[in-house]
Write a protein that binds this ligand. Structure first.
Ligand code: IPE
Ligand code: IPE
Ligand code: MG
Length: 236
């Protein structure tokens, strides 16, 4: 076991395939999302033992509003239920929960719950667990550009001072290291607007397994493979 406090290791997951998992079984898509949420709990619990210090999951993209009202509302209710039910466990497991994405478009009650659990878990140090809700990499960059433009217009920021650090610091992920590994389940090999800036040098791993079938054993195998890959970051 690698101590999560010693080596930062950030795994980001595009949890895909919930709908197909349910459809294959003749069930409504929301059943797949529910099963997916219970997988999230298992993965979070297993992460520290795999040497993972940061775990980020893609739960709802800026494009997912295109889905049926029933599915969107069902997902929002699932997020609220997850927060309410898991807050206690996350605290006792020393996990810090935070969110990325534009939360201003979410309903007020969900926003309040998100703020509440972030505050409640902010001192926890074993694992930083980030959930991306109404998140899109392009939207995040637009919001960062707008923020920097305001700083130039109102706070005397010199445009020449804008560098990699300034931009990174204006993103939702400020104070989270870049992902080392991005996993996508369900056989799709797209990035679908996830962590576009942050994944510049991440390793990518694609698996056919649908998210509701994804277990800590799958995660362990993938982490082992990823750790054996040589990363030169443009050098050699
Ligand atoms: C991923 O599963 C979860 C979300 C996007 C919310 P999908 O719902 O995309 O499942 P498939 O891709 O339709 O099987
Ligand atoms: C990506 O999955 C978003 C999430 C997992 C939350 P999608 O199923 O929405 O992506 P596409 O439509 O296949 O690209
Ligand atoms: Mg999908």
């Amino acid at each position: 076991m690698v101590g999560a406090d010693r080596i930062p290791f950030h795994v980001a997951i595009i949890m895909d395939g919930n709908g197909r998992w349910a459809t294959q079984k003749g069930w409504p898509r929301l059943v797949g999302h529910r099963k997916g949420a219970s997988r999230v709990k298992e993965i979070v619990r297993s992460a520290p033992d795999l040497g993972i210090s940061h775990l980020t999951v893609y739960a709802f993209s800026t494009e997912n509003w295109k889905r049926s009202t029933e599915e969107v509302l069902g997902l929002m209710a699932l997020f609220a239920r997850y927060i309410r039910r898991e807050a206690e466990n996350l605290s006792s497991e020393n996990v810090r929960l935070r969110f990325i994405g534009d939360r201003s478009k979410l309903n007020a009650k969900l926003q309040r719950l998100m703020g509440w659990v972030e505050e409640r878990t902010q001192g926890n140090t074993k694992l930083t667990f980030t959930i991306a809700i109404n998140y899109g990499g392009r939207d995040e960059l637009v919001r960062a550009a707008r923020h920097l433009a305001h700083c130039v217009a109102n706070d005397g920021l010199d445009p020449e001072q804008i560098d990699l650090m300034t931009v990174a610091g204006s993103l939702d992920t400020t104070d989270i290291p870049d992902p080392d590994l991005v996993i996508r389940t369900s056989g799709e090999t797209r990035v679908s607007n996830f962590l576009l800036w942050q994944a510049a040098y991440a390793e990518f791993f694609f698996t056919e397994t649908l998210w509701p079938d994804f277990t800590p054993d799958h995660l362990r195998e993938i982490c082992d493979v990823a750790r054996r890959r040589v990363r030169t970051f443009g050098g050699y």
